[in-house]
Design a protein around this ligand. Structure first.
Ligand SMILES: [Zn+2]
Length: 244
């Protein structure tokens, strides 16, 4: 098991963990919560009715959640379907997403007391997921200039070989210069630096560069984490954030 503290201050706590078994999902609507969620709830000192996990789809949807969604995807069937981003203003209410190489993005606006978390795969990184999250946070009183963003552990550029189709899709969304910074060739293979792509997207949304930071850890290089690229199937890491 490996756990990294991504953010910890007087306002918010966020972590990234493999859990002990890497299982955060349930097979049936009435199955009990996974053992890893039970341990996480105990460690955070909260009931699992105060934890939310969406059914992710590597898309662009972000939902504002509150107590009424509590336990969704954790102790009860999931009402948050095809959702890759969560935003809340509730304290002591944990937002979580699963990730096994994709980029977890942590968002916090302390002055407005709004937090969010995103599951950002290569397609979402070039899409509207991040903009949608900022927009929803602003609906709840946040402002782009005050939002702090942390790019969490994900697959590093050296591990992330991609097809030409990825670069073609990106060419429609990013400038040539940005593309030049994101992709590189090695031994006639193409690689993508996801954090570079996510950062480019974040900067376009009006977040200032000094409010962006990154936790450098690779889910594929570090065998204590689960990695889809390395061959893990059905096993993931969990990224979560909670307002104190
Ligand atoms: Zn790596």
């Amino acid at each position: 098991m490996k756990e990294i503290t991504v953010i910890d201050n007087d306002f918010v706590y966020g972590g990234f963990t493999s859990g002990s078994s890497g299982i955060w999902t349930r097979n049936e609507p009435f199955d009990p919560p996974s053992a890893d969620y039970v341990l996480l709830g105990a460690r955070l000192g909260i009931s699992l009715s105060r934890v939310v996990r969406p059914y992710q789809a590597s898309g662009d949807r972000v939902e504002i959640v509150s107590s009424e969604h509590g336990g969704s995807g954790v102790i009860k069937d999931n009402e948050l379907k095809q959702v890759d981003g969560l935003v809340t203003v509730e304290k002591g209410f944990a937002l979580s997403v699963i990730a096994a190489d994709c980029v977890p993005v942590y968002l916090a606006d302390k002055s407005a007391e709004v937090i969010g978390i995103l599951h950002c795969g290569w397609r979402s990184a070039a899409g509207e997921l991040f903009d949608n999250a900022v927009r929803k946070m602003c609906v709840m009183g946040a402002s782009p200039a005050k939002i702090e963003v942390i790019i969490g552990p994900h697959i590093c550029a050296d591990c992330y070989e991609v097809g030409d189709n990825v670069r073609s899709e990106y060419a429609e969304k990013f400038t040539e210069k940005e593309i030049g910074n994101m992709f590189f060739n090695r031994h006639e293979r193409l690689y993508l630096n996801l954090s570079c792509a996510v950062s480019a997207k974040i900067l376009k949304s009006g977040i200032s560069s000094e409010n962006i930071s990154e936790v450098r850890a690779c889910t594929c290089c570090d065998r204590k984490f689960y990695s889809y690229r390395r061959g893990d199937r059905g096993l993931q890491n969990l990224a979560y954030i909670i307002m104190k």
